[in-house]
Design a protein around this ligand. Structure first.
Ligand code: BGC
Length: 763
């Protein structure tokens, strides 16, 4: 039934709620009809919880009920976010805590509208103590296995409901096309297609196949940050970006489009600025694109304090009130205010009364928010109880996290077959580097606390690399000397000058093999901004000192983004990328180093070698002019340390019999893959297309399909990919998606550069 019909029937008092799809709409209209302007605006307000809790000095807290009543009862505030005391809480605390908030909202407000509580559970239960924490999304991407994204989604949703939290500010679908960006690790890497496949699974895992978020084991997802957040010109968080519209559509939109098609219930807005327009003020993006073109009917929430930023940061609005006007009229439904709600509510009320924000816009926003609350089942069941979720943080869930970590670990280099290291060989191992004993370095930001430092207070939740290696090789054989240590302060992500280089180098001389654990300390958002993508100078110096001993070195990287290692990488025979593998990551890395796990991760981004060559693999042909001029040598833009899609195995895979056929409108591409080594292993078979000539400079290549397969020694499997003409289309200068006739090449291979078969095709 059309909305207008529902409205007119309602006003005539003739509406009977019956058919299930109209029942919610009908209940929404009945409720909306009863609401005052103040109550409506309260529903559009979201506050952070911190000001409403009082620390009791023993690690616990109480609720400041007077302050909360003012917000929820007097002002009608309808949503809260974040975690009490800014630190992870157990389910037994979360459950009754949100229960009490809901009791106040449902019992003490005039209309009894439940609250909707949202939290950033971005790699499992960020803020749920004892829950299952997974590898960060960048590591999930490195598995190239959608099943892990699905499972992480399912477990996260289950454990969120165990904590009485129905709304997750995840997944993160920002394109990881700039390695400098401090939130690279939160997303799925640089490829739009890989991000789309995994993003869909993460949505479906949390919302269920049918997006029935009323189900007690499902939550509503929030896709973020819409749109074009991750490529600011400076590489720094929340600084201006320049993105042509056709590039926004071609590279940044696909993962969001796919997740919207998968039924995601809400969207969070990009905190940044594109072409001088803050996205929170962009009617073109928030209404034109998201609503009119993509047909999104769910809730749009701002990011943290972002309406105010239109005034205070961007100087787009002379007052906070003007800023609210701009944002709400651009298409925002809910404002993550998150503190000064009295000003927001007062200003938005007068904007509505003055007609500067049309009542139609307010009603539309509130309608969507109420609909979400109904769909989540919050009116019938405002609370879910911890006792109903016995599998919270259970062994099986931790095992799923381990499985994802184990498949993510990427073997980047293995000269002379240094790896695996047989524990039975009795070799003396030096475990060295600042990540050897750091839990933060494995888990990253959004772990127990925002900046991730809180995990160090919970050694029971996460093993260190040194501990896991000690278990495998025997404590007597393993010496641990970090050489460099991180600053313990929460806002610092860099290393401090506490060097013990001489001691480390001496220990290396005593050892047979060095496992050098380098990378980054945990960070998140702006505190993670960088002036230099190179690995920290102290860690670089340590690597050089260790390499100079001449002992075989296995470099284990744990890092949120690819820090440059080209100063010393040539001297290191084996390099293992662990990304941010989460609390089970140390075991996963140790199992890869010892060969218990055969590595099968592939880089979900290009690992750059130089600061002035940060191109993605789908750069332009024009960037390829390397050394073609006889007089002047050009450097070329794509000369990375490791290419996109790269990752070695302890076995080898042969590709044969590649062929291309047609079935109706479909192009069918097949190849036989054989495990030619003597170990079982998994291969990620990758299909790229190259458009040879086009009316806009084509990308050198684009990933179109992939499949991860497991093969026993000697076993062969046929992999089949099906694509259509549509898959080969691109956005032109008129921003239309067109498939142009012409010549193409399909490439099948083990990475974006390790191509094993090329098949020509004419469109
Ligand atoms: C981040 C968002 C997050 C929000 C709420 C913001 O600073 O940009 O990703 O969802 O905080 O915690």
């Amino acid at each position: 039934m059309a909305k207008t019909t529902i409205l007119s029937l309602l006003s005539l008092g003739m509406l009977v709620c019956s058919a299930p799809q109209t029942e919610t709409a009908c209940r929404v209209e009945q409720l909306l009809d009863k609401m005052t302007l103040t109550e409506k605006i309260g529903q559009m307000a979201q506050l952070t919880i911190e000001p409403f809790v009082i620390a009791d000095g023993t690690g616990g807290f109480t609720l400041d009920t007077a302050l909360l009543r003012e917000a929820v009862v007097e002002y009608g505030v309808g949503s809260l976010l974040n975690v009490p005391l800014s630190e992870s809480q157990p389910a037994e605390v979360w459950g009754p805590f949100i229960g009490e908030l809901q009791r106040i909202a449902t019992d003490e407000t005039r209309l009894g509208i439940p609250l909707i509580y949202g939290v950033d559970q971005v790699h499992g239960g960020t803020y749920s103590l004892g829950s299952t924490l997974f590898p960060q999304q960048i590591a999930l991407a490195a598995t190239w296995n959608p099943a892990h994204a699905r499972r992480m989604g399912e477990i996260t949703a289950y454990e969120m409901r165990a904590c009485n939290i129905p709304w997750n500010f995840a997944p993160i679908l920002d394109l990881g096309a700039d390695p400098r960006f401090p939130r690279q690790y939160e997303g799925f890497g640089e490829d739009p297609y890989l991000g789309s496949v995994l993003g869909r699974e993460l949505v479906k895992g949390q919302e269920g196949d049918d997006n029935d978020v009323n189900h007690p084991e499902h939550v509503a997802t929030c896709l973020k940050h819409f749109l074009g957040y991750s490529v600011p010109a400076s590489g720094k968080d929340r600084t201006p970006a320049n993105i042509p519209w056709n590039a926004l559509m071609e590279y940044h939109l696909p993962a969001f489009r796919e997740a919207l098609d998968a039924g995601a219930h809400s969207v969070m807005v990009n905190s940044g600025i594109i072409d001088n327009e803050p996205v929170h003020a962009s009617r073109r993006i928030l209404t034109g694109l998201l609503r009119d073109e993509l047909g999104f009917a769910g809730v749009v929430v701002t990011d943290y304090e972002d309406l105010e930023k239109l005034h205070a940061r961007d100087r787009l609005a002379a007052t906070s009130k003007d800023a609210i006007c701009l944002g709400i009229n651009a298409g925002i439904d809910m404002a993550m205010i998150p503190i000064d709600y009295r000003g927001f509510c007062r200003d938005l009320c007068s904007l509505a009364e003055e007609g500067a924000v049309p009542m139609k816009r307010i009603d539309e926003a509130v309608r969507r928010i109420l609909k979400l609350k109904f769909e989540l089942g919050l009116f019938e069941r405002p609370n879910t109880l911890p006792a109903d979720y016995p599998r919270y943080g259970c062994k099986e869930h931790r095992q799923a996290s381990y499985a994802a970590a184990a498949e993510a670990i990427t073997l980047l280099k293995n000269d002379g077959g240094l790896l695996p290291l047989d524990p039975a060989a009795g070799r003396k191992i030096l475990v060295c580097g600042p990540n050897a004993q750091s839990r933060r370095a494995l888990c990253g930001g959004w772990t127990v606390t925002w900046q991730g430092h809180g995990i160090e207070r919970h050694p029971e939740l996460c093993k260190t690399l040194a501990e896991a290696l000690g278990e495998r090789f025997g404590r007597r054989n393993v010496e641990v000397i970090p050489g460099v240590s991180y600053d313990a302060h929460e806002s610092r992500y860099d290393t401090e000058r506490r060097d013990r280089f001489d001691e480390a180098a001496e220990a290396a001389r005593r050892a047979d093999v060095v496992v050098l654990c380098l990378g980054e300390n945990s960070y998140c958002e702006k505190p993670g901004d960088l002036n230099d993508l190179a690995l920290d100078p102290l860690q670089t110096e340590l690597a050089e000192r260790i390499a100079a001993t001449g002992k075989p070195v296995v470099l284990v990287l744990s890092e949120g983004r690819p820090r440059l290692i080209s100063k010393f990488s040539a001297k290191i025979p084996a390099i293992v990328q662990s990304y941010l593998p989460g609390p089970q990551g140390a075991d996963a890395v140790a199992d890869v180093l010892t060969g218990k796990v055969n590595p099968s991760g592939k880089l979900p981004y290009t690992y750059p070698a130089f600061p002035n060559s940060l191109a993605v693999y789908y750069h332009k042909y024009a960037d390829e002019q390397r050394n073609t001029d006889a007089t002047y040598k050009y450097e070329g833009d794509y000369n990375p340390e490791f290419v996109f899609g790269h990752g070695l195995s302890y076995t080898a895979f042969a590709y044969s019999g590649a062929k291309l056929t047609h079935e109706g409108d479909e192009i069918v591409i097949k190849a036989d893959i054989t495990n030619t080594g003597d170990r079982a292993g998994q291969e990620v078979v990758q299909l790229y297309s190259r458009d040879l000539y086009a009316s806009l400079i084509p990308d050198v290549k684009r990933l179109r399909r992939f499949e991860k397969i497991a093969l026993k020694p000697g076993q062969t499997r046929t992999v089949e990919f099906r694509i259509t003409k549509e898959d080969l289309a691109f956005y032109n200068l008129e921003n239309e998606r067109i498939a142009e006739p012409g010549e193409f090449l399909f490439e099948i291979g083990a990475s974006s550069a390790d191509i094993r078969a090329t098949l020509p095709f004419k469109l």
